[in-house]
Design a protein around this ligand. Structure first.
Ligand code: CA
Length: 227
């Protein structure tokens, strides 16, 4: 089944998209904002991403840039922005197609089919799921980290944290979001968990764990991955 990730903050449009796509046997996940979109993209490896540019937490173009740090998944932009420079910006950032709202559902579905066909037909399309730094490589699909030619053994919790951070390169991920995502809503104040696990990750990945180059602490706020 072709899996589509819809990133859109308008619940009515999401509902219409979900109904129409599920009726045509697509599997659909929906994300109401950019941060959720990046997490779902990493967790679910969709075949196509449909992306609104005007999101509540970040600009859709930044979502495209973050995705393109590690995946070639086809990205179809749905946007009310009509100016040509805005289309150029989205396409230059790595979007594959751009549909201006309002659009007809038939046209959207045709473009979705075309995006899937192109991705399947291209011999160069095997999904890139590698995040590479000077010191280590993260393979998001194989869930593997290699450093200095050797596999790094991570616990499931360490992996989950690392995955969230590396799929939002350059962005602050708040302590609250990390705790909620990895340990669940009831643990969202246990920042000491985070400190412990981040220290473990740094010991495994950083050359100088006390002066991290990749897994950066934003004091009192959260963490950020610098690729
Ligand atoms: Ca919007």
């Amino acid at each position: 089944m072709t899996q589509v990730l819809v990133v859109e903050d308008d619940p009515h449009l999401v509902r219409a998209l979900v109904i129409n796509m599920e009726a045509r046997r697509y599997g659909v996940d929906a994300a109401p904002d950019g941060a959720t979109a990046l997490r779902l993209a990493a967790a679910r490896h969709p075949d196509v991403v449909m992306l609104d540019l005007g999101l509540p937490d970040m600009d859709g173009v930044d979502v495209i840039r973050a995705l393109r740090g590690w995946t070639r998944v086809p990205i179809l932009v749905l946007s009310a922005r009509q100016a040509s420079y805005e289309k150029v910006e989205a396409l230059d950032a790595g979007a594959d197609d751009y549909i201006t709202k309002p659009f007809s559902m038939d046209e959207l579905l045709a473009r979705l089919r075309a995006a899937v066909r192109r991705a399947e037909g291209s011999p160069l399309a095997p999904e890139t799921t590698l995040v590479e730094t000077d010191d280590f490589t993260v393979d998001l699909l194989a869930k593997k980290v290699v450093r200095g030619g050797r596999d790094v053994r991570l616990t499931p919790t360490e992996w989950h944290l690392l995955e969230i951070l590396v799929t939002s390169p350059g962005r602050l991920v708040t302590q609250k979001d990390l705790l909620r995502e990895v340990w669940g809503a009831s643990q969202s104040t246990k920042t000491n968990y985070l400190r412990v696990y981040m220290a473990q990750l740094r010991r495994k990945l950083e050359t100088d764990p006390s002066h991290p180059r990749y897994l950066i602490t934003e004091s009192g706020m959260g963490y950020r991955f610098e690729g």
